[in-house]
Write a protein that binds this ligand. Structure first.
Ligand code: ATR
Length: 284
């Protein structure tokens, strides 16, 4: 069978092997999907060994998405926009293809799984690190009315907005950026996305003033992390959104980005909703 893997450091916690095994079983594809723990200073060598062993592709996670970007001979436009690659396909002709499916995964989770089309919406993206950079292009592609990026270091938010300015203009999206103290210059947002790692540092919420109104009543909040790491932000957001509000942790995005990678490798789109429901049951 064809070999695939998720390459990262650490990777022991990754759910990708079980997700791709479920996709393969569901679509009748013959493949094996492993975990590839790469030394921090040896990503390229580990990938070349993996390819030499007959591998057809891999997912790439922290902290190697920028190395993967450099290793790709060709890149999709969404990978170019993200400046990072989370999916490699080891084509024998034309060289390795680098893609980034994170943003498409997030948008699929918002629009299909949560049934909240982005078109015309006011979106708040909190954080301007790798996670946010990876999804901004796809969020713009959903043609919301506006996207406000806020970050602890305002200059990083401003730089992220600048790198997507032309893309936003092409899509008729108002794009602005600032610090965490200025989340909503003209009112609450319909969709709020946490792309920070604040919960990992024990800070809980990324925003300094939990009482400031940020999310519209009935709005949707998404945390790109899943499980317990997402709980403080989503609990707070649920209070802001009130009745009719909705929250999503990052498990849906994880399964949907995997489905996009599976499609790139195998040419078949799996039934991601069924796999997500099953994974959620098993993690509960
Ligand atoms: P990742 O790849 O997970 O995005 P990163 O590139 O290091 O990792 O980005 C981490 C993000 O979380 C940044 O937006 C960071 O803000 P700064 O750019 O100001 O560092 C944000 N972040 C981390 N800890 C935070 C905290 N305690 N409060 C608010 N934002 C935080």
């Amino acid at each position: 069978p064809d070999r695939y893997a998720v390459a990262g450091n650490p990777v022991a916690h990754s759910r990708s092997p079980e997700i791709h095994a479920a996709f393969a079983a569901q679509t009748g594809q013959s493949l094996v999907y492993e975990r590839l723990l790469c030394p921090l200073d040896g990503f390229e060598a580990a990938i070349r060994d993996f390819v030499a062993s007959g591998a057809r592709g891999c997912n790439v996670t922290v902290p190697f998405k920028f190395d993967a970007f450099r290793l790709a001979a060709r890149r999709t436009s969404r990978a170019e926009l993200a400046g990072a690659v989370n999916t490699l396909r080891f084509d024998t002709e034309g060289g390795w293809l680098g893609d980034n499916t994170d943003g498409a995964g997030l948008v699929a989770d918002i629009e299909r799984n949560a049934a909240r089309p982005l078109r015309g919406q006011r979106v708040l993206l909190i954080g301007a690190g790798g996670a946010s950079a990876g999804v901004l292009g796809s969020l713009i592609g959903g043609r919301p009315a506006e996207i406000r990026i806020v970050n602890r270091s305002a200059d990083k938010a401003v730089a992220l907005a600048a790198s997507h300015r032309a893309w936003a203009d092409d899509h008729g999206v108002r794009l602005s950026a600032g610090g965490l103290d200025a989340p909503a210059p003209d009112g609450r947002h319909d969709v709020m996305i946490n792309g920070t790692s604040a919960s990992l540092s024990g800070a809980g919420l990324p925003l300094p003033d939990p009482d400031a109104p940020v999310l519209a009543v009935g709005g949707l909040a998404v945390d790109m992390m899943y499980g317990a790491a997402a709980a403080p932000f989503l609990d707070w957001a649920a209070g802001q959104a009130g009745a009719g509000g909705a929250t999503r942790d990052g498990l849906g995005m994880l399964v949907e980005q995997a489905a996009e990678a599976f499609l790139l490798w195998r040419g078949v789109r799996p039934d991601s909703a069924a796999v997500l429901a099953d994974l959620r049951r098993r993690l509960a």
